[in-house]
Design a protein around this ligand. Sequence first.
Ligand SMILES: CC[C@H](C(=O)O)C(=O)SCCNC(=O)CCNC(=O)[C@H](O)C(C)(C)COP(=O)(O)OP(=O)(O)OC[C@H]1O[C@@H](n2cnc3c(N)ncnc32)[C@H](O)[C@@H]1OP(=O)(O)O
Ligand SMILES: [Co+2]
Length: 133
Amino acid sequence: MRNVEHIGIAVKDFSEANALYFKLLGVEPYKTEFVSSENVNTSFFKVGDTKIELLEGTTEDSAITKFIQKRGEGIHHIAFEVDDILNEMERLKQEGFTLLNETPKKGADNKLVCFVHPKSANGVLIELTQEIK
Ligand SMILES: CC[C@H](C(=O)O)C(=O)SCCNC(=O)CCNC(=O)[C@H](O)C(C)(C)COP(=O)(O)OP(=O)(O)OC[C@H]1O[C@@H](n2cnc3c(N)ncnc32)[C@H](O)[C@@H]1OP(=O)(O)O
Ligand SMILES: [Co+2]
């Protein structure tokens, strides 16, 4: 695992949240992107060496929509940058962590991603990300 690549925040109203984080962080998002595999709108703010990812669910069955229904808005996951996601997934499996996808999937911001179940990580949803070169 390398640095924290981004912190994901689940939000109800995407444009309102983007305007608020622009005021809070003093920077515009460098990217907004719809991720069809997750039915989420995302926007990324660069803050020092890490990023804030705002996420809005676009369907009832989106993980973000369900999260907000159950737990309200707030921090949703922590993403770590890895050099070799397949290797890291194998290592975590060997260590007994529950992975939420068998193979890496295309995430936002030109990354391959995999998620670790929050129940495996003291209640924190963990995302692994590898830059697609
Ligand atoms: C990939 C695009 C983008 C990127 O950066 O590239 C993203 O980050 S997309 C982010 C949204 N997508 C995901 O989160 C995919 C992985 N998530 C899942 O598969 C589910 O959300 C899952 C399995 C974490 C939860 O599923 P579900 O909500 O259907 O189940 P439960 O409500 O029963 O939850 C089980 C248990 O986990 C707790 N929970 C749920 N979400 C979280 C969370 N984000 N952080 C911590 N804990 C979470 C939930 O409260 C339940 O606990 P319990 O004690 O049983 O109440
Ligand atoms: Co993310």
